[in-house]
Design a protein around this ligand. Sequence first.
Ligand code: GUN
Length: 292
Amino acid sequence: MSPPLLLSGKTVSGQVYSDLEPRIKLLKRQGINPGLVVILLGDDPASQVYVRAKARRFQRLGLFSKTDFLPADTPETELIELIDSYNQDPLYHGILVQMPVPPHINSDAVIQAISPSKDVDGFHPENVGRLASGNPRFIPCTPKGILRILKHYEISLSGKHVVVIGRSNIVGRPMSILASLKNDTGNATTTLCHSGTRDIRHFTRQADVVIAAIGRSNYITGDFIKDGAIIIDVGVNRVADDSEKGYHLTGDVDADSVREKVRALTPVPGGVGPMTIAMLVENTVESAEALI
Ligand code: GUN
């Protein structure tokens, strides 16, 4: 097999940002500056990296964003009151509470407190219901980013067997729903594997497209896949090493092991990661446009 096509989220996100420029200009001409508030509870290092990256991107694009860093022991009632104040505040078109939240907080209650019209993550049950019934408002950023990468490289899911591994509300479940929808970006036969699946390899070996959102470093090796498969690696795993940072990032896919077999593959880093923020910006712009 020739070397796999590298599906670059860096390239595709660059295209997304340049496509958004005229839309942002048009909004600004009408006195609307798309605005996002990000709320982070506690001091999880990975979450801090993510929320800072989001803020930097908004700043680079001349968009408005604010990050509230709250103590890990913030009471749920206080968090919900804060969310409600942002629901009422016209400066913010998007509200994002970084997941996971500390264990004393009920994440469902928090998500339900966000106005569905500002839920740029697409996690509110109203938006999940709309997505599941094929009439989405906000599509969750990571699955939306994956579909955008596939579109850019003209890879259609229609008629293919897509195996998603991981059933989180953030990635796996919405991804499996999107892949199965009867529309231009879906129309796949979809299997959702998870921690209760007896033999994941049995399913991935039949897959035309594997979407790995497991959270285990290098879990998918060459023996999991068939020749010519396409692999989307959602994993961002911190593996300790003796570098200055003290860790390096790996995907859920052992790229060296699958390289000989696959037709196309997203790298880590530079694959799905950059798309998540690009889609967050796009959803926030869409939310602002809904006001016009
Ligand atoms: N934690 C990991 N990914 C995400 C995301 O896309 N949105 C939120 N709110 N939290 C996350």
